[in-house]
Ligand binder design. Structure first.
Ligand code: PLP
Length: 490
């Protein structure tokens, strides 16, 4: 990182008359004069900079990004695994990247075939009957899935079902999606071992239950061992089971949501199937359904006619469209490329390796960090802060100090089950050396917390910015030069 350029805006580097290129006079007459009302009163305020300044400015800015390609990224629940470059090459393939979403089906048969093939692969991996690939994110998939569930109940004239049961360990998107879908959210408590309390669930089950949403393994990384019993209970009262597939990664090659009793689910392709997804995008949240629910999936859908041609259809019974096109196509291509390049054998290894790595890190650090849930975890686990709380060093401080050592922080203060949650997901793509270095650094931070707590409380000290005011940044984002000038004048 070059401090000469860091933190300056391109406008501040501007000098009147500076140019990046000299355009020779080509002798052409100037364009006809614009009508007066279209002519600006003042010249636009554009930066005037030379080419090296532009290149250095943007290159230095790009170096301030942390990514899976620059370091270990154990952000729990986000599955920040390494994204093989072959996927990028495939997503950029000119045969696909040049297509227009509105092209007639007859001219995009290959793209439609890939859509169908990926849907079929996802059905195989998840134990579902059909997938739509149209939703753009996990949360978008949840909304779509809940709309499918409502359409199912309504098709049976069962209109009073408006309740969605969500465990207290659930990701915030679950209750949010249920609310956006117009349903009532009811929370069910977890047992001390982190799994759903069946006895607390029982009284919630009645003829108003539309669905129960579950993540398995749950957000604490614990496999819900009673899932089949829970599914039977929910089905008995006429509700459907929704699987939040954000934690599908450790299940790859081990178990399928369809076999656990789930009826509707989404997959976060950007998590489990390897698309770079820092900073909120891009993503894809395909929704799968078990047999008997296919007709409720959204439009448009890709079908195959008797001659083997792919067509784009909008069936009558479908719930309408939830996206303008057939999904976030480049993300779909990366997922398909990832599946093919791993193959069945590679895919079967991914889940168990992710769980092995998580357990290795957990067992290596549990003498220094408080482990609230014991036993074998799946792909991720949660510490409840440092074991020694007497120093006043919090989870936030530990997370900030990790930045000084070049690691991305784990997820903090989620799940809400514990006060000092520090949620670590190493993923299967990390080497033992990387995991060992992370363990070593986490040990060092625990020792620093005991010996020099103020150092940890003041971290990070090695990053370009130390502790920005996150809340102010979210409430009053300064995203344009005009915003900045206004903020400076305030
Ligand atoms: C990431 C995540 C979601 C939401 O997925 P997005 O693709 O970010 O919308 C839902 N549930 C869990 C458990 C998650 O980790």
């Amino acid at each position: 990182m070059n401090r000469e350029y860091y933190g300056k805006l391109i406008f501040e580097l501007s000098r009147q008359g500076r140019r990046g290129a000299i355009v020779p006079d080509n002798g052409c007459p100037s364009a006809p004069k614009l009508p007066d009302h279209l002519v600006r009163a003042e010249a636009p305020e554009l930066p005037e900079v030379d080419e090296p300044t532009v290149v250095r400015h943007y290159t230095n800015m790009s170096n301030n990004n942390f990514g899976v390609d620059t370091g270990f990224y154990p952000l729990g629940s986000c599955t920040m695994k390494y994204n093989p470059k072959i996927n990028e090459e495939m997503a950029q393939h000119h045969a696909f990247s040049g297509l227009h979403p509105a092209q007639p089906a007859g001219t995009v048969q290959g793209a439609l075939e890939l859509y169908v093939r990926l849907s079929e692969e996802l059905c195989r991996v998840c134990g579902m009957a059909e997938f739509t690939l149209n939703p753009f994110a996990g949360a978008h998939g949840e909304l779509t899935g809940l709309m499918v569930i409502r359409a199912y109940h309504e098709s049976r004239g069962d209109t009073k079902r408006n309740k969605v049961i969500v465990p207290d360990s659930a990701h915030g998107t679950n209750p949010a999606s249920a609310a956006v879908a117009g349903m009532k959210v009811v929370e069910v408590k977890s047992l001390p071992d982190g799994t759903v309390d069946i006895e607390a669930l029982r009284p919630l089950l009645d003829d108003t239950v539309a669905a129960m949403m579950m993540t398995n393994p749950n957000t604490a990384g614990i496999f819900e061992h009673s899932v089949k019993e829970i599914a039977a209970m929910v089905h008995d009262c006429g509700g459907l089971m929704y699987y939040d597939g954000a934690n599908l990664n450790p299940m790859l090659g081990v178990a399928r949501p369809g076999d656990m009793g789930f009826d509707v689910m989404h997959v976060n392709l950007h998590k489990t199937f390897s698309t770079p997804h820092g900073g909120g995008g891009p993503g894809a949240g395909p929704v799968g359904v078990r047999k008997g629910l296919e007709q409720f999936l959204p439009s448009p859908r890709v079908m195959r006619d008797a001659d083997g041609n792919y067509t784009i259809e909008c069936p009558e019974e479908a719930l309408g469209s939830i996206s303008a096109t057939l999904g976030n196509y480049a993300v779909l291509m990366r997922a398909y490329s990832y599946l093919l390049s791993l193959g069945g054998e590679g895919l079967r290894l991914a889940g168990p390796l992710a769980s092995l790595n998580a357990n290795y890190v957990k067992e290596s650090l549990k003498h220094l960090y408080k482990l609230p849930l014991h036993g074998v975890c799946k792909h991720e686990f949660v510490f409840d802060g440092l074991a020694d709380k007497s120093t006043g060093v919090t989870t936030l401080n530990v997370a900030k100090r990790l930045l000084d050592y070049g690691f991305h922080a784990p997820t903090i203060y989620f799940p809400l089950l514990f006060h000092e949650s520090l949620m670590i997901e190493p993923t299967e793509t990390e080497s033992k050396e990387t995991l060992d270095r992370f363990i070593e650094v986490m040990e060092m931070i625990a020792h620093e917390a005991a010996e020099t707590p103020d150092l940890v409380k003041g971290a990070p000290v090695n990053t370009p910015i130390s502790r920005p005011d996150d809340t102010a940044a979210a409430l009053n984002p300064v995203v344009t030069f005009a915003d900045l000038k206004a903020a400076c004048n305030d």
